[in-house]
Design a protein around this ligand. Sequence first.
Ligand code: BTN
Length: 283
Amino acid sequence: MGGRILDFDTLGQLGDRLKGQLDFLDSHAILEMLEPRSRRLISGIEVLQETDSTNAYLMRQGALGRSGGQVCLAEMQTAGRGRRGKHWVSPFGANLYMSLLWRFERQPAAIGRLSLVSALAVADALTALGAQGIGLKWPNDIFWQSRKLGGILLESACGATGGDYVVIGIGVNVRMPESAGKSINQPWADLDAVLQGKAPSRNVLAVALLNAIVPAIESAGHEGVMHLQELWRRYDFTCGEIVELQTESGRQRGKALGVDNEGRLLLDVAGCQQAFTCGEVSL
Ligand code: BTN
């Protein structure tokens, strides 16, 4: 008797994780808890212990002809992808890394609009879980008190063999270990802090996100998106602020005016309203 069996401090990241509750992803539990509409639209849920990136995984599956509605979650990503080629910090068992492969019968007119629709669904789901003060930064950054809580990476392909498909990847910080958090190069938050230590299990979070995002993406393909401008305003924390937009053709500085119904960012640049389809906004 007597010797220390587990020394959390010397176990590093794993120790950080073990100090919290163990909460493994479970595809059956997720499937069971889904609302009937989402369940009907999902063709399968796969949980991987480790992958390079759940987005990269489903992009490969899409090219091989995998059907739409496939969901992939991973306990850990070794090459998690963020927007604009950035790395997404993805330690084991700590956060939610989830992607959805979707095929459209009729490709929606503006694929960029799907980014905003997905972000709105995530914001609605987090708010319904009790997270107050969720903010969105165009096109799909999820913030809480000016700190990054999550993000969405939408990738699309027009494969000769696989047809047209998109992969929507969602990353939400849930219980980010301090050690991993040190490698994030911007202020960040995790859901556990937002909910004062009461973040739900990642399975429950996955269900909440899927119940919001799957029907939203489905309707976006069929009916288009009504009132995007109005829906976005509820979470838009840059509206009225002076922002800088980095695009491929250079930098623009202007006052953010929200988005239009196409999902384009509206900026007042020297008294003239301009609409942008892509770029990176900073405050
Ligand atoms: C961003 O830069 O804000 C987008 C981050 C998206 C991260 C998620 S985690 C699940 C999926 N797989 C990835 O490699 N990226 C997305």
